[in-house]
Design a protein around this ligand. Sequence first.
Ligand code: FAD
Length: 560
Amino acid sequence: MPPACLNFSLMRFSLSQANPTMASGSNSLMWFRKGIRLHDNPALEYAARGSDFVYPVFVIDPHYMDPDPNAFSPGSKLAGLNRIRFLLESLVDLDFNLKKIGSRLLVLKGEPSEVLSRCLNEWRISKLCFEFDTEPYYQALDKKVKNHASAAGVEIYSPVSHTIFNPLDIIQKNGGKPPLSYQSFIKLAGKPSWASSHISDEITWLPPVGSVGNCMISEVPSMKELGYEDKEEDERTPFKGGESEALKRLRESISNNEWVANFEKPKGDPSSFLKPATTVLSPYLKFGCLSSRYFYQCIQDVQRDVKKHTSPPVSLLGQLLWREFFYTVAFGTPNFDQMKDNKICKQIPWKYDDELLVAWRDAKTGFPWIDAIMVQLQKWGWMHHLARHCVACFLTRGDLLVHWEMGRDVFERLLIDSDWSINNANWMWLSCSSFFYQYNRIYSPISFGKKYDPKGNYIRHFLPMLKDMPDEYIYEPWTAPRNVQVKAKCIIGKDYPKPVVDHKSASKECKQLFHEAYELNKRLNGKVNEEGLKDLRRKFEEVEREQEPKSKKLKQKLIG
Ligand code: FAD
């Protein structure tokens, strides 16, 4: 019996039998990567214009999609199962919508630049159209593809449509550097260039697909065909991929004018999981199942109809502008995804502590609020923005002092909305490495969640072993007397872990370290080298050693 991933290649078939017409006139290839939608898709519209045949293509890139048995969770090297499934659902929906207008999606597998080279040749393509992508992986790949296409005399059309603004325009307006504050970004950005025209919300016609000749194409594969053992239905994220779902969700969100007009972040309950306090449109924006420009236009339409509404940075429109801001800074900052050689990132002597990382990642910190959020990440691949704040702060500058890049990697893999620019930016923000520097403001892993959800319903849902813990102990179960733990059928240290740190002393140490590290960054104008970081770490370990007996005693007192 061949493995499931082999079944996928065996089931490939050639469309030439289905459609014997050999392409001869003007043929276009529309390469879908993100931008998995028909509405507001300028690359697709351009591909259709004046073409006899349009080939809508998606390439299954082994770099992203091949199973990786060594990863810490089931999935590929880069993505967990929830996000891979979300992508496949989005492709199935795209194929369905293309078929409604007389076309279909052609799925191919392989290294994209090689696959495309073959297709351009085989299908005698004269126009290659794909959405511009700012991510380093795509920048490098697109360069290869463009070189090949240009050498073959193929016209390339690669418009900016993943974002509302063109990050390059903003950077140029700012003298070649990205703006580093939200306010300066807003000032530079002004109104989008397309604001006076109407964004199309549907495409009703496409030229047919021509013959595919010898190129081996397939239907959208299933998880199994890609070689994945999928999770049980009730273990999967409740959010389903695809443009149809995105537009439905968008309509539901914006149909409530009052809700849109009064939207104010960071107000909103991070523990509200049955009815999330925000739109949950991020995974659809990530894959481009929803156009950010269409979303922007819809919000503007609502705002025009109401007397009063909130404004950026807290409004719903303001949230979309955060996305724009981070895309711009990410695009204009070399080494944006690391601390080293990243000009906008403070140099901090972080720990590379695998044990602490794994406790955090696997929801075993012993702080129910933190662990419940991490379970929501594993199960749903989505959490409220403030919940993300809490766990990111806890791992880095709040308690554990673990490197933000290690936490970033966990989010990058497990989030269904995992986005290179936004994720890196927010990790730098939360770890006080860039954008935000008030390291004394720490989220308490105990009292923060309690404000929103004093009975701990969110914790009880995601950590069922704590479901019978009385309300007064649900955020600090290690303080529950033994008889209470027995009655709740949850012995701390056995059924649920003891806390990995004493929050009070850990956060004090973090602030101390940050004070020293910021001073050093200031003194050396950000040019802190490896030696400087090592010195700081040594100094800090001495402080830790001095405080150890004190904090151990305190911890023993707390956890009994
Ligand atoms: P809404 O509040 O409904 O906002 C609408 C849209 O605005 C979002 O879908 C998103 O595209 C954008 N947006 C909202 N907040 C932000 C923000 N802070 N930064 C940039 N764009 C924003 N978001 C991602 O999309 N992908 C990520 O990989 C990601 N990683 C994060 C990591 C950390 C540590 C933190 C603190 C936040 C991260 N965010 C990320 C930002 C934010 O938490 C999510 O965009 C938001 O919670 C998504 O929910 P929503 O669609 O309901 O947002």
